[in-house]
Design a protein around this ligand. Structure first.
Ligand code: ADP
Ligand code: MG
Ligand code: ZN
Length: 634
């Protein structure tokens, strides 16, 4: 992470008064003046009221000024060592005026100075206190980012980081060749903006990188900056969303302003969905939306007033493009999106190669084989895998990372940490062994392209008591109906095996049933794979763009159809359980032997399973069994 500096250069701190101190001083000064003015006569002496009365009676008083609660006056003659002027607090005395008049003393009213000032004070003081309090909170919420405190409210101290001289290059990103190709054009443009503008070509204003988490979107954006050697302004969508309304918008303005000054450069808004949620969706939650909306509007305004020929390229990334506000995606704004998808097998191998440069790899490791074991892994998962493998190798004090470390790391990532401490009683252990062997047997017999590469009865993760790890031989994008049915049968293999070998069934199949039911339901309601129901789609995923405000699944069918769906799902599950039961029946001896091995050795690896299968594959077919009990008695 080279050259990460704050974009905002700060003025030297030395001449700045802290605003809190400033307010404090002002308040003090105010009190001083107040005190000063409320004293009508300098050097006046405060005397008791009784003394004043006796002075009046003795004819010593020359003049008096009265207010409702105070009086001040002047003596005809100053007593020795005392001031000629006096003041006194008034006592309830309705006859005073009469008394003064009789004594022939000149008297007048006095302006209510103290009352006036205290009125002002009581109005202003709470404001001052509030102000000080507020500015303290304000300062605290930004104390991490330095800056001018509350006096520079509009100037955001946004975490607008600009990085110059990035070391990330395209070669650090693998397996996303199409995206790289598209971005190469942006790099060229950033290198020579003049050449592009002289031909009249226009760059797209905003480019949106779309793809699942961990596929390298952030990495790609950085690589573009690294390749083009331009400054990289980055901000996370969630950072725009501020506690104070209007601040997010100020940040957006600031970000674009700063970037324009440094063109050519890249502005990158990560996790754009945090900011650009469709406005309707969040309306029901109320509260913070004003702020979000203002910020979003500011962003839209900046996009409109933004001229890409200046050499500023706007990149953004999101993994949820479907929730983005349509206004963001219309032409002239983020008008090009680039898909950054999960890597295929080749891509995974390339990513593994990139990351294993950082570790010491045993020459015997076949990266291609590791890649084929990791279908569905994202780039970030693979980076994590390489690291885990290195950690495992370190733990066994090996000189280099070998294939075994990789398989262990994969198992750990896929199934969770081993938990040898979880003790199963022998009966439970036996059940788990037969259950897992049931899955394995069905997969061996029916799963054409599914390779079982490990069966284990070591508890793992939060809930698994045992596990069967399979991997597809290739990446799959389409599934045929019979493959889905096979998948269901494999999932139900554990239960089928329990039914064959035990008198009662157990809760161990809970997750399996979940999985099988999901597949069956999807086949019926989404893929049109049920002959009676036909090709209609009956359930959709929540789609906020379709005007529905609540993120709920939409159901579009009548009661009658609902019943049909239930029946169809049930019959699919039934069929799959039957399929699994038949396999277990036919390969009963294999399941038995496998389970016994599991009970002594805890795991069966790929070669061991292969040997088992070779030994039993020619088992004679049995007639369709009726011994399987239905999944429910209904
Ligand atoms: P995203 O932004 O798409 O969620 P990131 O770019 O933050 O994903 O990726 C996280 C990490 O995973 C990266 O820092 C990198 O180490 C690794 N990674 C992800 N995708 C790739 C890839 N295509 N090539 C190499 N490394 C990758
Ligand atoms: Mg990211
Ligand atoms: Zn199971």
């Amino acid at each position: 992470m080279a050259g990460r500096v704050m974009a905002k250069q700060e003025a030297p701190q030395s001449f700045k008064l802290s605003p809190v101190v400033l307010v404090f001083l002002l308040t003090l000064g105010f009190f001083y003046l107040l005190d000063h003015f409320s004293k009508s006569q300098p050097g006046a002496e405060t005397i008791p009221y009784s003394q004043f009365l006796s002075d009046v009676d003795e004819g010593k008083v020359a003049e008096v000024a009265l207010s409702t609660n105070k009086l001040t006056g002047e003596l005809k003659q100053a007593p020795p060592n005392h001031s000629k002027y006096f003041s006194s607090i008034r006592v309830e005395d309705p006859n005073l005026a009469q008394r003064l008049k009789t004594a022939g003393i000149q008297f007048s009213g006095l302006e209510e100075t103290s009352g006036f000032w205290s009125a002002i004070l009581s109005a202003v003081l709470p404001l001052i206190i509030l102000f000080v309090f507020w500015s303290m909170i304000f300062r605290r919420s930004f104390s991490a980012e330095k800056g001018g405190g509350f006096l520079s409210l509009g100037k955001s101290k946004a975490k607008v980081y600009v990085e110059t001289d990035l070391k990330t290059k395209f070669e650090d990103v693998a397996g996303v060749d199409e995206a790289k190709e598209e971005l190469q054009e942006i790099v060229n443009f950033l290198k020579e903006p003049e050449r592009y503008s002289s031909l009249g070509g226009r760059m797209p204003k905003g480019i949106l990188l779309v793809g699942p988490p961990g596929t390298g979107k952030t990495l790609l954006a950085r690589a573009v900056a690294g390749e083009a050697r331009v400054p990289f302004f980055s901000i996370n969508g969630s950072e725009f969303v501020e506690m104070f309304v209007g601040l997010g918008a100020a940040r957006v303005r600031d970000l674009f302003e700063q970037a324009r000054k440094q063109a050519p450069c890249i502005i990158f808004i990560d996790e754009l969905d945090a900011l650009g949620k469709a406005r309707g969706i969040s309306a029901i939650t109320g509260g913070a939306n004003d702020e979000k909306e203002q910020t979003l509007n500011q962003l839209l305004a900046e996009l409109d007033g933004f001229d890409p020929s200046q050499g500023v390229v706007l990149l953004a990334a999101t993994n949820r493009p479907e929730i983005l506000d349509p206004a963001l995606l219309r032409a002239g704004r983020f008008d090009r999106s680039i898909l950054v998808d999960k890597p295929d097998r080749q891509g995974r191998a390339q990513i593994l190669k990139v990351h294993s440069k950082k570790i010491k790899l045993d020459p015997s490791v076949d990266i291609e084989a590791v890649a084929s074991m990791t279908a569905g892994f994202s780039g970030a998962d693979l980076a994590n895998l390489v690291n885990e493998a290195a950690l495992i190798a370190t733990r066994r004090k090996a000189p280099a990372v070998n294939v075994n470390d990789f398989t262990q790391a994969i198992e750990r990532i896929v199934a969770g940490l081993e938990r040898k401490s979880r003790l199963l009683n022998p009966e439970e252990k036996k059940r788990v062994a037969y259950h897992e062997m049931g899955h394995a047997a069905v997969a061996l017999a029916l799963g054409h392209d599914e390779i079982i590469h490990k069966v284990s009865i070591i508890p793992r993760g939060i809930s698994a008591l045992g596990y069967t790890l399979s991997r597809p031989t290739e990446d799959r994008y389409l599934m045929e109906r019979n493959e889905l049915e096979t998948k269901m049968a494999i999932a139900l293999g554990g239960r089928a095996s329990e039914m064959k070998f035990f008198t009662d069934i157990s809760t161990g199949a809970g997750d399996d049933l979940d999985k099988a039911t999901d597949i069956a339901r999807a086949m019926v309601t989404r893929y049109g794979m049920n002959d009676e129901l036909g090709v209609g789609v009956f359930e959709r995923d929540p789609s906020p763009m379709l005007g529905s405000q609540m993120p709920v699944r939409t159901f579009e069918y009548s009661e009658q159809t609902a019943q049909q769906i239930d029946l169809a799902v049930k019959s699919l599950l039934h069929k799959s359980l039957d399929m699994a039961g038949n396999v277990i029946e036919r390969y009963r001896a294999m399941v038995d032997e496998g389970a016994q091995i599991l009970l002594t050795q805890e795991t069966l690896d790929e070669p061991a399973l292969k040997r088992l299968w070779e030994k039993y594959r020619a088992a004679p077919a049995t007639p369709v069994s009726t011994a399987i009990r239905p999944i429910s008695s209904a």
